[in-house]
Design a binder for this molecule. Structure first.
Ligand SMILES: C[S@@+](CC[C@H](N)C(=O)[O-])C[C@H]1O[C@@H](n2cnc3c(N)ncnc32)[C@H](O)[C@@H]1O
Length: 398
């Protein structure tokens, strides 16, 4: 095992902007100069053999333009004049940055391979292509990232979500977040579990909101890690509203919501040209003891219904839909712990689902899918029987 990662970057013919001078950085420049990458910049860049330096842009707008048109920004000396402005412009324009002397400060740091520089033929031979994707700069001052952790399988986290986690000072996480994702967080980062359970918040929402504010005001990068997607039954909107009112900067990193994850892993396309032209996400959670649903509006031909948090109101949901005209034998599926090795799927006609579920011993979290598309599972189920799902049968304690 090696402690370096060899990366390749496609510049698409765009120049790399190199700024600043630092004696120890000469070796990086020498290696970079071997590649076909073009450089431009001012200051130390003038010393790269054969590379004519560009003039310093004469306005803020011109500087932003130059950065935005670069494939990457390399800052050899963070204290060089314009370094901060260039880094800031790169963050705005989503241009990858590399500060060789600052590996953990939110920059992309390609490790130079023994055989050549990033982008050189020698480097490309061994390099993964991931760095062709843009990276996001996290501002150095207090900042909150609201990150969707995905539906269960840890590697359904987005790449941006992973990169954000790896730059966290504090992680505030929920119950439905895969434990192994927390291993991606720097060892020194603070981890705070605020484990929300159905109608029983381990930490009240107001306290979570305050925690986000407090840690951000300490100048930290706070990652608020939520199951699925933060904006789908995740109270993400409330949390950022609070941050916005307090003037704390934030960003939202979407996640794969349970409906997408469970449906995909159960072999149930949520829409299908022949069977479903629309799909509705609804909640089966009771408010003050009652379901707050417009059954009349929900029941439509050619529509798939997905209920989050519906296990405990299953009977009422089925009765309500049948009572408002849905056919009693409409195909349904209840997916437990979708996308994980513990996934289970119960299928039954709408009027038989409560009984089938009662017999099954299935438990939360579950997602309910109702509609003609569910019948496609008979042909399209793919996850069961794969090595991934078999792992549970071999090791139920995982
Ligand atoms: C409070 S909601 C949060 C939803 C989340 N924000 C999302 O986008 O998936 C929690 C509900 O999502 C559903 N859920 C989340 N993950 C699930 C999974 N892996 N399998 C089945 N249902 C899941 C369950 O209905 C659970 O009660």
């Amino acid at each position: 095992m090696t402690d370096t990662l060899t990366l390749t970057m496609r510049t698409g013919g765009r120049p790399v902007l190199v700024l600043g001078a630092a004696p120890e950085a000469e070796r990086w420049l020498d290696a970079l100069a071997l590649s076909t990458t073009l450089f431009r910049g001012w200051g130390a860049a003038a010393t790269v053999p054969g590379v004519a330096p560009a003039a310093r842009p004469d306005s803020e707008a011109a500087l932003h333009g130059m950065v935005a048109n670069s494939a990457m920004v390399v800052i050899l000396d963070e204290h060089a004049s314009d370094a901060a402005a260039v880094l800031n412009a790169a963050a705005v324009a989503n241009v990858p940055t590399w500060v060789p002397g600052r590996p953990a400060a939110g920059t992309a740091e390609p490790a130079l391979p023994a055989g050549g520089a990033p982008g050189s033929p020698a480097a490309s031979a061994t390099a993964p292509a991931e760095t062709t994707l843009p990276t996001q700069e996290i501002p150095a001052t207090g900042f909150v990232s609201l990150v969707g952790a995905g539906p269960g399988a840890p590697d359904l986290l987005t790449l941006r979500g992973l990169r954000t986690l790896q730059k966290a000072d504090v992680v505030i996480h929920d119950r439905l977040v895969a434990a192994s994702l927390l291993e991606q967080v720097p060892a020194a980062a603070e981890r705070i579990f605020v484990g929300k359970r159905r109608s029983n918040h381990a930490v009240p929402q107001e306290q979570i909101n305050q925690l986000l504010l407090d840690r951000a005001r300490e100048g930290k990068h706070v990652v608020r890690l939520k199951g699925g997607d933060p904006f789908i039954f995740g109270r993400g909107g409330e949390e950022i509203e609070h941050l916005m009112e307090a003037g704390v900067p934030f960003r939202v990193v979407p996640g794969v919501t349970a409906a997408s994850g469970c449906a995909a892993y159960a072999g149930i396309p949520l829409t299908h040209r022949d069977y479903a032209q629309s799909c509705v996400f609804a909640t089966g959670h009771r408010r003050e003891g009652a379901l707050d649903l417009d059954f009349q509006g929900l029941v439509r031909a050619g529509r798939t219904l997905v209920f989050y948090m519906g296990l405990h109101s299953l009977q009422d949901l089925c009765d309500g839909l049948i009572g408002h005209g849905m056919r009693a034998d409409m195909p349904t599926a209840l997916v437990q712990q979708g996308t994980t090795v513990a996934q289970r799927v119960i299928t039954a006609p709408l009027n038989g689902l409560p009984e089938a579920v009662a017999q099954s011993g299935i438990r939360a979290p579950t997602l309910l899918i109702i509609g003609e598309v569910v019948a496609l599972r008979d042909r399209l189920a793919w996850f069961e029987g794969t090595g991934e799902s078999m792992a549970w049968a071999e090791n139920p304690d995982r």
